[in-house]
Design a protein around this ligand. Sequence first.
Ligand SMILES: CC(C)(COP(=O)(O)OP(=O)(O)OC[C@H]1O[C@@H](n2cnc3c(N)ncnc32)[C@H](O)[C@@H]1OP(=O)(O)O)[C@@H](O)C(=O)NCCC(=O)NCCS
Length: 166
Amino acid sequence: MSTQTALIVVPPGFVLKEFTSFPSSHRLVVAEKVAKIERKVFPSSENFDYDIELKKKNIGLLLAFKEGEPDNLVAYLVYQRLKRQVWLHKLCVVEVRKGKGLGKFLIHSLNLKMKKGGCQNIQLWLDENRKPARALYASCGFQQLEYRPDYYSPGRPGLRMGLFIG
Ligand SMILES: CC(C)(COP(=O)(O)OP(=O)(O)OC[C@H]1O[C@@H](n2cnc3c(N)ncnc32)[C@H](O)[C@@H]1OP(=O)(O)O)[C@@H](O)C(=O)NCCC(=O)NCCS
């Protein structure tokens, strides 16, 4: 993973940005774009309140935009750093941009950033039924650490996955 991470490049036609790179005056607009995608993709019980979350110092947001179209948000990843551990809370690619390597790129970008920051592992909870996400995390080297049958709701299991940052 570390070798792959060192070589990772943004998929052609897209650009990566960090939320904190936007001027404060524009952050609300960006956060609203993220929240809009999220409402379409995740159950409402799992939606973040970005007004609150993005004010926390240890929460980070990586964003991918279509190159030359600064308003065209195509993917995002939300993470939280807790000492030497990182929780990957959300990862999402808009429907029309799936399968272009954006999901993998965002994970590798997080990995590289956290490695530089001295973190030891990335963990996440994942709905067992999200098959594309399971395939993505497996292809990035995540291992299953725990299974909880009713994690999301009764009968909706969750998997805790982990990746050692080498
Ligand atoms: C899961 C998700 C982030 C994948 O993003 P993506 O940009 O389409 O994925 P990538 O193109 O980077 O694919 C990387 C790997 O994931 C796997 N993968 C991705 N989509 C897949 C699919 N539909 N079926 C099977 N494998 C898939 C492949 O193994 C692929 O490996 P490859 O590059 O060797 O072919 C995207 O489908 C998504 O946003 N889903 C809805 C939200 C979600 O479930 N988020 C994760 C839980 S928080």
